[in-house]
Design a binder for this molecule. Structure first.
Ligand SMILES: Nc1ncnc2c1ncn2[C@@H]1O[C@H](COP(=O)(O)OP(=O)(O)OP(=O)(O)O)[C@@H](O)[C@H]1O
Length: 504
């Protein structure tokens, strides 16, 4: 890709960027949120046409007008937010658009055979007949990868593939990528996780505010140098925090049971714990052990089966979401598109989603547009949310990381008593993670209670004052982060160990 420039209203997302990919290499693409990584890859995949610049494959200039052209050139892409049809089966998703319809009949036998062979060969376990809406995020990603392989692609673009995976799944993906490389396929890999780049990549190209800063050989660089190139300053990987001084109980959960949406059993099976003012309690666990359902129950997204939830001593077990919000609960949700934002609203409207009815923002049922805008502008400035048209930007057009920052700004600025933060730094760059971690600790130091749900053990160890490990819907252990290790937590998370009587 030579001298690519791509503009959107108000922003040059790519500004004269050159990227060269070799055969059989894993090439990482690194940059702050909104630096233009996804845009550059969307240009390569034919989703956007650049204003300037050309693309060459094997020395020949090519024109990629749409994803079909990209596929014909052997270029495939796994998007940051998957592009699957939820009510279709795995197999139908893989063959979508390249179905064999000879003589007017849809023929799937050969397709099924090819999919199963690819699945076997690369260790990409899928159930071809399962509906996409019923399978885990990890399996959805395998479907996306199989889609590329089914089309015989040999340039594979992975846009933040590990942001949604568990540590085990990340290891598996790294192995799969190495396998592709050995076969001579070329991989473009966007990630914010420097450890992953150091582990698998051969080279790394760094973007900063739309411009290419340079390409480095991984064998000759360090994590620190990469983060400096990308953020333009040194980044602290561990946040400083003083010992915790917990106060009164803010959240009290007693014997909570929450049903599962996917299977008949309960997902949360009698969980009890408390979170006090001025402490960060972290629920650690492998994805799918009831953490999501616990949060749905706490925040009111799902009705609970039994048990009680008290916030500041008030029973809120059956309270509406608005009541919980008014009573002092904030929620940074796991899925920013499903529960965090209204994607076709402006950034400003998204920032007042739970507050537009307050006198500050409405008068006799009419929204005070000026007040909403100036409030949004303050948050955008304070939380460094970057987008093309400021408060008026449509949320859908913002980069994933900046969408996340907008949600964090909204939830923290509500000044809650309890902040329920689920994977708050998913998809954020190292500079933004440092900032968010400091914010969470600052909230704690202001006397707020923080319940953090995270799959990232580094984050758990770094931030929490107390760790609860969840396994198969129950709390199987409680730990002091200063007295435990990642290895010990791992054993409890995998169900190999359980504390006699889990107290919390
Ligand atoms: N379709 C679009 N319309 C308008 N602006 C867009 C569109 N797509 C991207 N942008 C803007 O272009 C810039 C670059 O976005 P891009 O998604 O490429 O960043 P990124 O480096 O992938 O970020 P992240 O790490 O947060 O995913 C952002 O400011 C974004 O708001």
């Amino acid at each position: 890709m030579l001298h690519i420039t791509k503009e959107f209203p108000g922003i040059k997302a790519n500004d004269d960027v050159t990227l060269q990919l070799r055969k059989g290499e894993i090439h990482a693409l690194l940059g702050e949120n909104g630096a233009g990584k996804s845009t550059l890859m969307s240009v390569l995949f034919g989703l956007y046409q650049p204003e300037r610049g050309i693309i060459k494959k094997n020395g020949q200039e090519v024109k990629i007008n749409n994803p079909n052209d990209a596929n014909a050139l052997g270029i495939g892409m796994v998007h940051q937010h998957f592009k699957l049809v939820e009510c279709f089966t795995v197999l139908d998703n893989i063959i979508l658009g390249v179905e064999d319809t000879r003589h007017g009949f849809l023929r799937k036998d050969a397709a099924r055979k090819k999919v199963m062979e690819l699945s076997e060969k690369y260790g990409l376990r899928v159930d071809p007949d399962a509906l996409v809406s019923d399978i885990s995020v990890g399996m959805q990603q395998r479907v996306e990868i199989l889609k590329m392989l089914y089309r015989d692609n040999d340039i594979l673009i992975f846009d933040e593939p590990t942001a949604v995976l568990t540590p085990q799944e990340i290891d598996e993906l790294m192995e799969i990528m190495r396998g592709f490389k050995e076969e001579g396929k070329s991989i473009l890999f966007i990630t914010h996780k420097l450890n992953e780049i150091m582990a698998v990549a051969d080279r790394c190209t760094v973007l900063q505010k739309g411009k290419g800063i340079g390409t480095v050989e991984i064998a000759k660089t360090t994590k620190e140098e990469l983060s400096r190139m990308m953020v333009g300053r040194d980044v602290e990987f561990a946040v400083e925090k003083k010992p915790c001084e917990p106060g009164r109980t803010i959240l009290e959960v007693d014997n909570l049971v929450v049903a599962s949406k996917v299977h008949k059993n309960n997902a949360v099976k009698g969980v009890s714990f408390q979170v006090r003012a001025g402490e960060i309690v972290c629920v650690a666990g492998i994805e799918g052990n009831g953490q999501s359902e616990l949060v749905y129950g706490l925040t009111g997204l799902e009705k609970v089966v039994s048990g009680t939830i008290k916030l500041n001593g008030q029973d809120i077990t059956s309270a509406s979401i608005r009541t919980r919000s008014k009573d002092g609960m904030s929620h940074i949700p796991e899925d920013r598109h499903k529960h965090g934002l209204v994607l076709d609203y402006t950034l400003a409207d998204n920032l007042v989603l739970q507050r537009y009815w307050q006198p500050q923002f409405q008068n006799h049922g009419f929204i005070k547009k000026g007040a909403v805008l100036s409030y949004a502008e303050r948050l955008i400035e304070q939380y460094d949310v970057r987008s093309g048209q400021g408060a008026q930007t449509i949320a859908r057009s913002m980069s994933g990381g900046n969408q996340q920052k907008a949600i964090i700004a909204r939830e923290v600025d509500k000044d809650p008593d309890l902040l329920v933060a689920v994977q708050p730094t998913r998809g954020l760059d190292v500079g933004a993670i440092e900032y968010i971690h400091k914010q969470i600790v600052a909230e704690r130091d202001k006397g707020k209670a923080v319940l953090l749900i995270s799959l990232e053990l580094d984050e758990v160890m770094n931030l929490s004052d107390r760790i609860l490990v969840m396994y198969e819907g129950q709390i199987v252990g409680e730990f002091d982060p200063h007295k435990t290790t990642v290895e010990e937590l791992g054993l409890y998370m995998a169900g190999a160990k359980k504390q006699g009587e889990a107290k919390a």
